[in-house]
Structure formats: structure tokens, C-alpha cells
Design a protein around this ligand. Structure first.
Ligand code: ATP
Ligand code: MG
Length: 366
């Protein structure tokens, strides 16, 4: 049972720098309040700003160092004015995802008290779901590596949708473990396989493997939904869902839809997890339009930090990390409920620093 966890910290660009700072401060305060667990941060320089200054998108040996840590935390990367010579964006984080096989994209979506809510139905206050998106295969398999799409003159383009047994088994297994863990914490603990098994053999295969893995988790309720029906249900009755597992492209689309139902970008936390390590980052980008103004909502980063603490608990066997994570979530929840967290993003009067200070002030009690 390890007491100290090593975190590779990539602050990145734009508001990534500010929200990463907020997440570090909150995680530090949470582990200090808990005791018995320690974080050691190892800074790695990377991003568009770093590329502009040095010609490299990540510092020498940065990838190796990131991989050697227990987890990676990232603010945000990218600046509109800084690109590679061929016009593509600076994206060392996509290489990290590829290199470390971060197949499990975890996107929690939940309603917070007093945060914006799109649906008028009072049950919308109970939205609390997770979209588990496969992040290395699916239709993005074609897009991830240049040359995988087949471009036939100016007449036709063919892309490949790839589903492998190895990755899909791991993904579904991850989904069942996540659903079980949530059940142990008071959620329904249901896993819904979202696919298009009625049309595509690849999706029927995805569902077949889901059934195989489901047999190992008889205690977890398993269900299915076609992706088109899921889009409808996410608008009609999102409160009925717990964890859903799906392929890359479907997950990409559904997580934006679900995110749009509750709050904004500043609440969208994200984890990308592989066999050896996990990368934690807010789902939003570097938002250059508001950088350096203390306006960014740090909560997505702070909540991603809580997901990281939870991950460290599993990885190290030290439950104190999980308790520190729960403290952070409770602090955000209570802060919203007391109307003491009022981010500018939602028309409130609190900038990055004020929101961060409020969360930290609430950690002690938890
Ligand atoms: P990327 O290409 O990296 O996804 P993007 O160009 O899609 O980036 P984001 O940086 O994700 O854009 O943000 C889109 C807009 O949403 C921003 O310009 C900003 O106005 C707003 N926004 C994003 N994140 C936050 C935040 N944490 N707090 C407040 N506003 C935000
Ligand atoms: Mg974007």
C-alpha cells in the first residue's frame, strides 16, 4: 500500500495552466485533510507554447517520464496561432493516448445543484451517469493515423471501423467494474451497452463480447440500447441511466449531447485509462478567448483531479486517496447547494481563483 503517488503534470496552454493549478491546489488540500497519502508532482513541459519556443511539442524524454509516473494530469493543449508546418494542431496528448493505450474514456455527466439545467423536468436534478467511450479504435481508428483512410481520387473515401476482441473485452470489463463500484456508492450500478448491433457486424461483435463479460458479473444489471434510441433517451429520460459503454465515435457524440444537458464545458471532467496508467484532464480545450483573465471555471479540472485520486486508490491499494476524492466531490456538491460556488461561466461573480478557494475551504470538514 503506497503512501506516495507520483503525478506527471502537464499544465499546457491557455486556461489549461490556470485550471491545472487549481486542480493541483485542491488535490493537495484534499490529501492533506485526509492524511496518510501524499502526491508528488513532476512537471513536464508540453503544448503549443512550448512548441513555439522550442520546436518540440513535449520536452525531451517527456513521454517516458509521463509513462513512468503513477498517473498523468493535463490542463489543456493547443493555441490557434501555433501549428505544425502542415497546418495540423499541436497535440502531444493524442500521442500519449496512443502510446499508453488509453482505451477507456470516462466521462461523468451529472446535475449539480444551482448549475444550469437544460431540461425543465424536475427529475433532471437526478442526472448522474457516466459515458464510457472506447478511445483507441472504432471509426476513429481511420482518423488516428494518417494514411488509414482510403481516398479514391476525388470520387470516394473509405474509412475503417475497427473493433478488436482484446480491447473490447477490457473495455466491457472496465464498465462492469465501474458500475459495481458506483452501486457500492449508492448509484443503481447498471451498465448499458450502446451500439448498432442490428445493422453492423462490428457492433454485433461489440455486443457479443459485452454478453460474454456480463456473465462474469451476475450481480450487475446489464442492458442494451441502440445508439439512435440512446440519443433520444438522453434527452427524454437521462435520469434513468447509470453507466453506458460504447465505441469511440458514438461516445464522442453522446458525451457532448449529455454534457449539453447539464452545465457547460467547465463542468466536464474526463479520464482516459489504460492498463498501466491513466491521463486525467478537463474535457474542454485551452479556451484562448478567456485565458489569463481569471475567468475560467476550474471545476472540470478539479473534478478530473478527484477522478485521478480515485484511480490512485485502486492502483496503490491506499483507500485514503479515494476518501480524498470523495472529499473533493462533496466540497463541490455542498458549495453548489449552498450557492457558495458561482462560476462566471454560469453568469456568477466568481473567477478561477475564487471558485478554487471556496472548494478548498470546504475540504476540511469533509
Ligand atoms: P479544443 O479544440 O481543444 O476542444 P475548442 O476550441 O473546442 O478546444 P474549448 O477550449 O474547449 O474550445 O472551449 C470552447 C469555449 O468554451 C471557449 O472558447 C470558452 O469560451 C468556453 N470554455 C471552455 N472551457 C471553459 C471553462 N473551463 N470555463 C469557462 N469557459 C470555458
Ligand atoms: Mg472542442
Amino acid at each position: 500500500m503506497a503512501e506516495t503517488a507520483r503525478i506527471a503534470l502537464i499544465r499546457g496552454d491557455g486556461i489549461g495552466v490556470d485550471v491545472a493549478g487549481a486542480a493541483v491546489a485542491v488535490a493537495e488540500a484534499a490529501v492533506a485533510a485526509e492524511g496518510g497519502c501524499v502526491l508528488r508532482w513532476e512537471e513536464i513541459h508540453a503544448g503549443a507554447g512550448y512548441f513555439r519556443d522550442t520546436g518540440h511539442d513535449i520536452e525531451p524524454r517527456g513521454e517516458e517520464r509521463a509513462g513512468a509516473a503513477d498517473a498523468i494530469f493535463l490542463g489543456a493543449i493547443g493555441l490557434p496561432a501555433v501549428r505544425h508546418a502542415d497546418g495540423t494542431e499541436i497535440s502531444p496528448h493524442l500521442r500519449l493516448r496512443d502510446r499508453f493505450g488509453l482505451y477507456a474514456g470516462v466521462r461523468p455527466v451529472r446535475a449539480w445543484p444551482n448549475a444550469p439545467q437544460r431540461l425543465a423536468d424536475p427529475r433532471a436534478a437526478g442526472i448522474d451517469l457516466v459515458i464510457l467511450r472506447e478511445s483507441t479504435e472504432g471509426l476513429f481508428y481511420s482518423a488516428a493515423v494518417h494514411g488509414r483512410s482510403r481516398i479514391i481520387g476525388d470520387e470516394e473515401v473509405r474509412e475503417t471501423l475497427r473493433i478488436t476482441r482484446a480491447t473490447t473485452e477490457k473495455l466491457h470489463d472496465f464498465g462492469f467494474r465501474l458500475a459495481r463500484k458506483r452501486r457500492d456508492r449508492g448509484r443503481p450500478g447498471r451498465l448499458t451497452c450502446v451500439d448498432k448491433a442490428n445493422v453492423f457486424p462490428s457492433m454485433a461483435f461489440f455486443r457479443k463480447i459485452f454478453d460474454e463479460i456480463a456473465a462474469r458479473y451476475p450481480d450487475v444489471e446489464a442492458g442494451y440500447n441502440y445508439v439512435d434510441a440512446m440519443a433520444l433517451d438522453l434527452v427524454r429520460r437521462p435520469w434513468d441511466f447509470d453507466v453506458m459503454v460504447t465505441e469511440n465515435m458514438f461516445g464522442d457524440i453522446l458525451s457532448d449531447l449529455a454534457g449539453g444537458l447539464v452545465g457547460g464545458m467547465g463542468l466536464a471532467a474526463c479520464a482516459e485509462i489504460g492498463d498501466e496508467t491513466g491521463l486525467f484532464q478537463p474535457a474542454h480545450g485551452s479556451a484562448p478567448d478567456i485565458m489569463g483573465q481569471d475567468r475560467a471555471n476550474p471545476l472540470a479540472a478539479i473534478l478530473s483531479g478527484a477522478m485521478m485520486l480515485d484511480y490512485l486508490a485502486d492502483k496503490s491499494g491506499n483507500d485514503r486517496f479515494a476518501r480524498a476524492a470523495a472529499r473533493v466531490e462533496r466540497a463541490v456538491e455542498d458549495g453548489f447547494a449552498a450557492n457558495a460556488i458561482r462560476p462566471m461561466e454560469f453568469g456568477g461573480d466568481m473567477g478561477t481563483r475564487a471558485v478554487t478557494a471556496e472548494v478548498i475551504a470546504r475540504l476540511e470538514g469533509g
